[in-house]
Design a protein around this ligand. Structure first.
Ligand SMILES: [Zn+2]
Length: 713
């Protein structure tokens, strides 16, 4: 796909740096297929639901033609470009259509678009079922990979060849027809199980009720609760004014666990609630068996190893070693926190607790609430976070650190069929803004991005950064930050959480736009999955730093800079999460790895909760009975992208905190360190293993010390 730049029209643009030049014009080019032939920028008003289907079909035709072209190549005429690269780019149009469609579904969903999306999925499924060329291409690539010239390729290209072959193998390319058939059956069954699992998650809690006829069993319950529970019993026809009863159901059970003074009632109630989602357990177990079989078919020892083969850890055991190491490192701190907690509960109970009954926990901790900690009132800094200043301040900070220039461009929102003004960039909603990013030294156009920051109808909640197009062979990239931060008001002030979203997403954005590896396939999203969050988690660190805040945080009314005392207080409260919260994540990560590594040895034939209690015993509260495992309720368990990967949240955080320690040592506004970050981490994308990128930047192996240190300031 050729990206055309018609940078001729002079634009009068508001600008962040003082040397912005006109760079982008969207002078209309007849775009036959707006969903994939977008030159130079997407024309959103032409991307109608009707057009989606037309473009999907055209893109699939294009993919077929490209595959045919590849199959005409012989080992004698083969080059890297007409085989490996051509195969990777064979369905670039179709991926582009899907990318824009997904983006529109997220930012401007309509029933018509959803309908068109379903029709498009059907077309794709049909295409996949019919296309027989894939295995022929696989065979060709396998053969070509043995040619002597492959050994002469650059390291990035050689890595690409190797990864392509590995991926093919993972898709079953080397299997016998019988085994391939079995693989397809496994995948289909796993998909079905996952669907059922998620259906169960969405279903209302199972109907159960406990009928209580003796009010003494409900001692301690608030009057209004008793009244409603009595009405409920009457409604059900199991009580009258003369013969009263009280009904406990899933909807009012938590109050019983918190307030009821009678242990027997709490226990009964807890037993009933803790059976929630039991029906997901057999689904998980069956999935584990199938995953294991699938991994074995494809030449891996376990499913965890198969997942880790595309992660920094490289093997399931290494990932587990990391988690175990973290659990052990945090254990002394966690033990201290647990001892204090149990002492508090013991005081409430009037006797020392060595084994905590899970049905007592809510009750006891309600009676002995944690002492109020001073904490930090984040609203105190809101008056210093005027939206426009924060945005500009953040961009200027990264302009200086990364030697780039960010310029805003005028935009226009068009309805379908309206002519496109030549001097404006089209956006999908009038509130969306558009920026270009250039290299300060060379002037090169690195990429452009949209900012869509505020909530509105038809837009998904949450915040994310989406790569809309990775430019090939040095063309600029295109991405969008989509968020739901505090909408404009008078004055337009942001809160600290909004600032976190902006800085985090800007980290993703810089990774996407500043990556210009030798092969564009090695863009930001191609790095190992446990490294993708590294730049975003790194860049979010600046929101706590007084030196960074001093560059843009001034009082919206008085213009007074953020007082040093307030900045210091904020900094000291930067890590609010307790060891217990991190422990909870680590426990889940451990269980997730254990079950995907050792299902047959440790889990099969035994209840999940029992095994979990055994495995996690040293790192959790000493409960008197196994508590329900959250494996049954977390979608990661059954999601093929996240399974055996929960640890990556902590992994990438540890990695980013480690990298941040270099900025702390050299200066958080030090452009030399910023340049090294750009060169070692952002620019290469995924062209090298992430561990090498990290080593290039830090000059050493990763270390979890900085992460652990946060709990011990
Ligand atoms: Zn992120």
């Amino acid at each position: 796909m050729k990206h055309l730049i018609l940078g001729l029209a002079l634009l009068a643009t508001p600008c962040l740096a003082d040397t912005c030049e006109p760079t982008i014009s969207t002078a209309a080019i007849p775009a036959e297929h707006p969903f994939f032939r977008t030159a130079p920028l997407p024309e959103w008003s032409k991307m109608t639901p009707q057009q989606l289907l037309v473009d999907t079909r055209a893109a699939l035709e294009e993919a077929k033609a490209q595959r045919r072209r590849i199959l005409q190549v012989t080992p004698e005429t083969a080059t890297f470009e007409n085989t490996f690269l051509a195969a990777a780019r064979a369905n670039v149009e179709q991926r582009q259509v899907q990318g824009y469609m997904m983006h529109l579904m997220n930012v401007a969903s309509t029933p018509e678009l959803m309908h068109a999306q379903n029709a498009m999925q059907a077309e794709l499924a049909k295409f996949q079922a019919e296309s027989g060329e894939e295995s022929a291409i696989g065979k060709l690539l396998e053969e070509v990979s043995k040619a002597p010239w492959v050994q002469e390729l650059s390291p990035a290209r050689k890595r690409f060849v190797q990864q392509t072959l590995e991926r093919q193998q993972k898709n079953g390319a080397k299997l016998t027809p019988e085994k391939r058939k079995r693989l397809a059956e496994i995948n289909q069954e796993v998909r079905k199980l996952s669907l059922q699992f998620h259906k169960n998650l969405g279903a209302p809690p199972p109907a159960w009720e406990l009928e209580v006829t003796d009010p003494a069993m409900l001692a301690g319950m608030p009057e209004h609760w008793m009244k409603r529970a009595a009405e409920l019993a009457k409604k059900r026809g199991i009580a009258t004014d003369e013969k009263p009863a009280w009904l406990i159901i899933p909807g009012n059970a938590q109050a019983v666990l918190t307030h009821c003074e009678v242990e027997a009632t709490r226990r009964q109630c807890w037993l009933a609630t803790s059976t929630h989602l039991q029906e997901n357990e057999p689904l998980i177990y069956r999935t584990m068996e199938l995953r294991h079989e699938c991994a074995r078919l494809l030449g891996f020892n376990t499913f965890a190893d198969m997942q880790a083969s595309e992660r920094m850890t490289g093997s399931g055991q290494k990932a587990l070693d990391f988690v175990d190491g973290m659990l052990n490192a945090l254990k002394p701190l966690y033990d201290a926190e647990t001892a204090a907690y149990l002492a508090r509960l013991s005081k409430a109970k009037g006797e020392p607790i060595t084994r905590l009954n899970p049905w007592d926990e809510a009750y006891l901790s309600h009676r002995a609430p944690a002492p109020a900690t001073a904490g930090f009132n984040f609203s105190k800094i809101t008056p210093y976070l005027e939206a426009e200043r924060v945005l500009r301040g953040m961009m200027q900070l990264w302009e200086q650190m990364l030697a780039i220039r960010i310029c805003e461009q005028p935009t226009v929102h068009l309805s379908p069929g309206t002519p496109h003004p030549v001097d404006k960039v089209e956006v999908w909603h009038e509130s969306v803004r558009f920026y270009t990013v250039h290299d300060t030294k060379t002037g090169r156009h690195l990429g452009s991005f949209y900012l869509d920051l505020y909530p509105r109808e038809g837009k998904r909640g949450d915040g994310w950064t989406t790569p809309l197009r990775f430019g090939h062979d040095g063309e600029p990239h295109l991405a969008a930050i989509v968020a739901n931060i505090t909408p404009p008001g008078t004055p337009h002030l942001l809160n600290h959480g909004d600032m976190y979203v902006l800085f985090h997403e800007f980290g993703h954005l810089m990774h996407m736009l500043l990556g210009h590896p030798e092969l564009s396939e090695y863009h930001a999203m191609s790095v190992e999955k446990d490294f993708i969050e590294m730049p975003s988690q790194l860049q979010e660190q600046w929101i706590w730093e007084p030196e960074a805040l001093a560059t843009f945080a001034v009082h919206h009314k008085t213009g007074e800079p953020l007082p040093a005392e307030l900045a210091r207080e904020l900094y000291e409260n930067r890590y609010q999460s307790s060891v217990s919260a991190t422990m909870r994540m680590l426990r889940h990560a451990k269980l997730d790895l254990e079950i995907n590594l050792h299902f047959h040895e440790k889990f099969k034939g035994r209840p999940l909760d029992e095994v979990a209690a055994e495995l996690l015993e040293p790192w959790q509260l000493p409960y008197s009975a196994p508590t329900p495992s959250d494996m049954r309720s977390v979608h990661h368990t059954m999601n093929p992208g996240y399974a055996a990967s929960f640890y990556t949240y902590i992994w990438s955080e540890a990695m980013s905190m480690d990298a941040f320690s270099r900025f702390k040592a050299e200066g958080i506004l030090n452009p030399t360190t910023g340049a090294a970050y750009r060169k070692c981490i952002l620019e290469p994308g995924g062209s090298k293993p992430a561990l090498e990128l990290f080593r290039d930047f830090m000059g050493r192996e990763p270390d979890s010390k900085a992460f652990i240190q946060r709990f011990n300031p």
